[in-house]
Design a protein around this ligand. Structure first.
Ligand code: ADP
Ligand code: MG
Length: 479
């Protein structure tokens, strides 16, 4: 083991990091993802870690990059960094060899700033993405290059949406599918398909300006633009885009000012025959809290849905993923996974990934037995995902309150309490941010939601009757 000039021993440093990490994640995750890591060396302020596979590295970067960064900084100072060395799996490559990747590269790429094309006529327009002082040549479309059409397996569940997406990509702005509105539940491929369209457009028309943005990001940029008194710049920037992809538009519910500005941008793009692609977890008519004029715009083009994949599609999705990862798996194992995990593609891929991880780490072959154990555990652990909307509905029914009262500003005691309960359950049972929860529960801010959660927790501890409400409501929501 080498020591660096400052005499830091990688084993010791990593051991201290592990202590912090252990305290922050579940025992199972720790065992799976951190125990197999070996510290190799410290050079200056860079700690090099050896991980078992490329897949392992990507998993760490995707799920633990924040925790790792914080920990390393704590141990090696603010400029502390990580590097990985990867042992390629023996069954992927015959000669084990080591490649080096700087930590967090993927993250940097994902979050890279976008900037607008440099053009004298447009030079005065400020770009909402741009970091001041940074000059770049073109707008980064913010696309994930793994989300291609090739990797988007076709099935009955997605045929129309996929075909429409493809048609749009071949002739952006020129079909009647404008906007293309893709809707469907969580994990069914909305984000993937919308990226695929963007990637395909860039392939066929490299000069077209494509931009993928989540509606949350759109909202945040707008808020920022307002703060800087740069609303016109914001609008002008968006009016430059040829193919605008806005993911998860349901997030704009209740955000009236952002909807206004979006309406403006939408009209301009549509009139100038630019392509708009929208995704949502609901149909346009079901989007509560969205202005009618916007909803009617959404209905102008084509609405296409994504459904849960059927068995054949699930098998094809698994096979494609295995092919991409360069991993082989017995047919009966694939069948078992595809038969039992039938909720959505995210769950299916999640289960597959856990299975591969298990086998890689324990150096065990992927057998039907291993798959059975894993599926059983996976199904047991996967809690039903509920939406804030659904939580509000259950709470309203329980207290016999109309939904619009719950979402109103009223301070009547019984309404306040129901609202606080809805916030509390939304915090505990969904992955929504405090700000998003507040927004959907009467346009409150994140501090109000935090306060609501504290109040409910206090009442649970001190008031038995209240506690019974909470238990009963939780049961109803989980039904
Ligand atoms: P959504 O945006 O609808 O929640 P995503 O687009 O994020 O869903 O998809 C979840 C995961 O499932 C992603 O990893 C995506 O690549 C994968 N996926 C979804 N649909 C398909 C499909 N038809 N073929 C291959 N992978 C898919
Ligand atoms: Mg998505």
């Amino acid at each position: 083991m080498t020591k660096d000039s400052r005499g830091k021993d990688p084993q010791n440093v990593w051991k201290k990091c592990l202590d912090i990490i252990k305290a922050n994640i579940s025992g199972d995750s720790f065992k799976t993802w951190f125990q197999p890591i070996k510290p190799v060396k410290i050079t200056g302020n860079i700690l090099t870690l050896q991980v078992p596979s490329q897949f392992f590295y990507e998993y760490l970067e995707e799920h633990y990059v924040g925790l790792l960064k914080k920990t390393i900084k704590k141990e090696l100072g603010n400029d502390g960094r990580l590097e990985y060395s990867i042992i390629m799996d023996a069954y992927v490559k015959n000669d084990p060899y080591v490649i080096k990747v700087p930590a967090s590269d993927r993250q940097t790429i994902k979050n890279a700033p976008v900037s607008m094309p440099y053009d004298v006529n447009r030079a005065s327009i400020r770009n909402p993405f741009i970091i001041p002082g940074l000059k770049k040549v073109s707008i980064d479309p913010q696309l994930n290059h793994q989300y291609t059409f090739e990797n988007f397996i076709e099935g009955d569940c997605n045929r129309l949406a996929r075909a429409a997406g493809y048609a749009v990509a071949k002739n952006p702005g020129g079909t009647s599918f404008n906007p293309l509105f893709v809707y469907g539940g969580n994990g069914l491929g909305k984000t993937h398909l919308s990226h695929a369209i963007g990637i395909e457009v860039k392939k066929i028309f490299p000069d077209k300006t494509v931009l993928y943005v989540t509606s949350e990001r759109f909202f945040n940029q707008f808020v920022e633009a307002v703060r800087n008194n740069a609303q016109n710049d914001f609008i002008n920037f968006y009016q430059l885009i040829d193919v605008l992809i806005i993911d998860d538009v349901q997030f704009l519910s209740g955000k009236d000012k952002t909807q206004d500005v979006f309406f403006h941008v939408f009209n301009h793009l549509h009139q100038t025959r630019r392509q708009i692609i929208l995704t949502s977890d609901k149909l346009p008519i079901e989007l509560q809290g969205l202005e009618q004029r916007l909803i009617s715009r959404f209905k102008w083009g084509l609405s296409a849905d994504l459904q849960s994949p059927d068995l054949e599609t699930r098998i094809a999705i698994i096979q494609n993923k295995l092919y991409l990862e360069g991993i082989e798996m017995p047919g009966d194992v694939i069948d078992h996974l595809a038969h039992h995990i039938n909720t959505n593609v995210t769950d299916l891929l999640g289960a597959l990934v856990s299975l591969i991880a298990q086998s890689t780490l324990n150096r065990k072959a992927i057998t039907l037995d291993l798959a059975k154990q894993m599926v059983e555990r996976y199904i047991k652990n996967s809690v039903k995902e509920v939406s804030i909307d659904y939580i509000q509905k259950v709470v309203c029914e329980y207290f016999d309150l109309p939904m619009d009262i719950l979402k109103s500003q009223t301070r009547k005691r019984e309404v306040v309490q129901a609202r606080q309960l809805a916030m509390y359950f939304s915090k505990n049972m969904t992955r929504a941010s405090l700000a998003a929860i507040g927004q959907l529960c009467g346009g409150k801010d994140h501090a109000t939601v935090l306060h609501a959660c504290r109040t409910v927790n206090n009442l649970i501890d001190t008031n038995k009757e209240f506690k019974n409400y909470v238990v009963e409501l939780e049961r109803l929501i989980k039904l």
